[in-house]
Design a protein around this ligand. Structure first.
Ligand SMILES: [Zn+2]
Length: 262
């Protein structure tokens, strides 16, 4: 089984979702679909119910949604801004704990928001506490805020932390590795020195694969889809000098240990 720990299949760019899921089945991909706000959290639960063999749900509130700020990257293409009450949403997630495998997508983003660091930190910590309480992994976005995110999460007892699309420096990579946390390696690793260095340095036992579908398409594609995790697998195998089969087995084992057992 291949693993995509970070995708957004309830995105309007998947009007042909049935076919995308069919390809996941054919390529034996299991997908952790990440919610961003109340509406996508609800549709994550629906998709997990509709395609239980392929889709697992992670629920969370995206950093900008948590501040009730529209993501400039998302206008018109992903979601309209929805008024979010974080505490209500956390209650909703608790109520649905039996149907989810992780908390995500949550985190901090300094790319678009520079003046709400305290509020973003508080929001992340609420989800960290929730993940600790539910004993499930947390999938973390840290764009431009890598050091603060690592500092904050080091104050918790969490171990099942997945750093999604991590762009921090090598010193932070080392800290994350020493903490025993995880990195998810995107399908664009073949053209990213950042991710190649992470693969080189970090133990295979601490790696996952992801696509962030529909975002971050590999070269030649105009949107990403979970089956493209094969790209990550190929590059990891090359760097680690292992077969794709060995990498696939190891990452699926990481997935079972981290996401499927408590
Ligand atoms: Zn994402």
């Amino acid at each position: 089984m291949l693993v995509d720990v970070h995708a957004h299949l309830n995105h309007p760019r998947f009007p042909d979702l049935d076919k995308v899921i069919e390809r996941c089945r054919k390529n034996k991909v299991v997908v952790v679909n990440n919610g961003l706000n109340p509406a996508t959290n609800r549709s994550c639960l629906e998709l997990a119910k509709k395609y239980p063999d392929v889709v697992k749900a992670a629920l969370g509130v995206y950093p900008l949604d948590g501040l009730n700020i529209q993501d400039p990257d998302a206008i018109g293409i992903t979601r309209e801004l929805e008024k979010v009450d974080l505490d209500d949403e956390i209650e909703f997630i608790k109520k649905n704990k039996k149907d989810i495998v992780a908390i995500g997508e949550v985190g901090i983003d300094y790319k678009f928001v520079k003046d709400k660091n305290k509020e973003q930190a508080e929001n992340l910590m609420k989800f960290a506490q929730l993940a600790e309480k539910l004993k499930i992994p947390i999938i973390v976005h840290s764009r431009g805020a890598e050091k603060d995110v690592v500092d904050l999460l080091e104050t918790t007892k969490l171990k099942k932390i997945v750093m999604h699309f991590f762009s921090g420096n090598q010193k932070l990579v080392k800290r994350i590795e020493d903490n025993g946390w995880f990195f998810s390696i995107p399908a664009v690793v073949d053209r990213s020195q950042q991710f190649q260095l992470i693969v080189e340095r970090v133990s295979l036992n601490q790696l996952f694969t992801e696509t962030d579908s529909p975002y971050a398409p590999p070269t030649g594609e105009d949107r990403s889809e979970p089956s493209f995790v094969r790209n990550s697998l190929k590059t990891i195998a090359k760097i680690k000098k292992l077969t794709e089969d060995e990498v696939e087995k190891n990452i699926f084992m990481n997935f079972q240990k981290t996401f499927l057992k408590t």
